[in-house]
Structures are given as structure tokens and as C-alpha cells.
Write a protein that binds this ligand. Structure first.
Ligand code: ADP
Ligand code: 5GP
Length: 202
């Protein structure tokens, strides 16, 4: 059965936070740490047509779909948003997000800029945070240092990153991910979460 299009109740939309920014900036790292400290948050698991990286688990990191399955889900209105990125397609499955919002659970989406724009249109009350690198050179170092992408994929991601960085001012807040601990605290502040005190004696 297809989902009806359109945004859910405005009160629920306020609970939706989009984290966006270029590939390699550290969105995934920031989100992992945030979830470890605030398990009440719910992170949407995206669908993608790209191949799994080493260690990536179906249903945990992504739902890995064939291009045909992805296209069918697009036709059925099964994505809240979707976009092409560096030769693949990525999308946010609609049903789970709507269920979590209806249940009053704060929802996080970690997606690229084009998808964030689509979510802004359908959830204008949601928060949108752009994660920026301290410099382009540092972004390149992080993408390469991650060691997960082939040279061709790195080149595509860097080209896309230049366009994405130019869009930073569209978002509600820009979070510079320089020092990871400081950026994590700033993210908590932006989300209105009470920072958890660091462990004593460390
Ligand atoms: P994204 O999810 O935005 O593509 P990742 O979270 O995979 O980015 O981070 C890319 C690389 O940068 C990883 O190797 C990660 O460990 C590293 N990284 C993330 N944040 C920082 C930071 N503040 N300082 C230095 N390296 C970082
Ligand atoms: P990666 O291949 O590095 O996992 O992801 C590439 C880019 O796609 C990242 O910027 C990531 O945030 C973005 N992305 C992941 N899931 C989604 C999604 O569901 N929708 C959109 N629009 N982008 C996504």
C-alpha cells in the first residue's frame, strides 16, 4: 500500500532534525556520539543503491537496494525525500519516520543537501543543521583518511562538496566540526539537549 503524501502534524514536525553537510565532514561520527549519549533520539536508516562498505550491515547502516527496487519505492511514494549522490541514489524511508514522529520520538536524519532541501519544504518546522569542515583541505584529508572510497568516488564527493559548502547559509545553523568534542557539545546545545557531564577522573 502507498503512503499518502504530505507532512504529518506540525507539532510532530518540530521534533524532526536534519543534519546535513558534505561527505567526510564528520556527520556520521557526530551522530554516533550523540546517540550514545542520548539514546532517546531515533536515527532514520536510509536506503541506498551503493554497494556496502566493509563492515556495513544491512538494516543498520543502510538498506542496500538494487536500482530497480529503489525506483519502485520512489514510484510508490515510499521516500520522504531522495537524491542522487556521487553516482548512486539515497533516500529516507517514509513510514518509519512518520511512525516515530507520531509516537513523539525525536527523529534525526543524516542526509545530503538536496534531500535536506526537500525535507525543508515538507517539514518547515523541522530544524536543519549544516555541518561544515574547518577548511576544504581538512575535508579532503578526512575523506581520504576514512579509507573507504575509491579515487573516482573521492573526486566525485569533493566536487559535490564544493557545491554543498556554497549552500551552508540556507540552513538554520552552521556547525563547524573542528574539534570533535566541542562540535558534539555544540550539537547538543543546538538540539536543546542537556549536555551529559564528562566522566570524572579522566
Ligand atoms: P560523514 O558521515 O560526514 O561522511 P564521517 O563521520 O564518516 O563523515 O567522518 C569522516 C572521517 O573524518 C572519519 O575518518 C572520521 O573519523 C573523521 N572525523 C570526523 N570528525 C572529525 C574531527 N572533528 N576531527 C578529525 N577527524 C574527524
Ligand atoms: P555515504 O555513501 O558516504 O554513506 O553517503 C553519501 C552522502 O549521502 C552523505 O552526504 C550522506 O549524508 C548522504 N545520505 C545518506 N542517506 C541519505 C538519504 O536518505 N537521503 C539523502 N538525500 N542523502 C543521504
Amino acid at each position: 500500500m502507498t503512503q499518502p503524501p504530505g507532512p504529518p502534524h506540525p507539532a510532530a514536525a518540530a521534533q524532526l532534525t536534519v543534519l546535513t553537510g558534505p561527505s567526510g565532514v564528520g556527520k556520521g561520527t557526530l551522530v554516533r556520539e550523540l546517540l550514545a549519549r542520548h539514546p532517546e533520539l531515533w536515527l532514520s536508516v536510509s536506503a541506498t543503491t551503493r554497494a556496502p562498505r566493509e563492515g556495513e550491515v544491512e538494516g543498520e547502516h543502510y538498506f542496500f537496494l538494487t536500482p530497480e527496487r529503489f525506483a519502485r519505492q520512489v514510484e510508490e511514494g515510499g521516500f520522504l525525500e531522495w537524491a542522487a549522490f556521487a553516482g548512486n541514489r539515497y533516500g529516507t524511508p517514509r513510514a518509519a519516520v512518520e511512525e516515530m514522529l507520531a509516537a513523539g520520538r525525536p527523529v534525526l536524519l543524516e542526509i545530503e543537501v538536496e534531500g535536506a532541501r526537500q525535507v525543508r519544504r515538507s517539514f518547515p518546522a523541522g530544524r536543519q543543521i549544516f555541518v561544515a569542515p574547518p577548511s576544504f583541505a581538512e575535508l579532503e584529508r578526512r575523506i581520504r583518511g576514512r579509507g573507504t572510497d575509491a579515487e573516482e568516488a573521492i573526486a566525485r564527493r569533493l566536487a559535490r562538496a564544493r557545491e554543498e559548502l556554497a549552500a551552508a547559509a540556507e540552513f538554520d545553523a552552521v556547525l563547524v566540526n573542528d574539534d570533535l568534542t566541542a562540535a558534539g557539545r555544540e550539537l547538543e546545545r543546538l538540539l536543546g539537549l542537556i549536555p551529559k557531564a564528562p566522566a570524572e577522573g579522566g
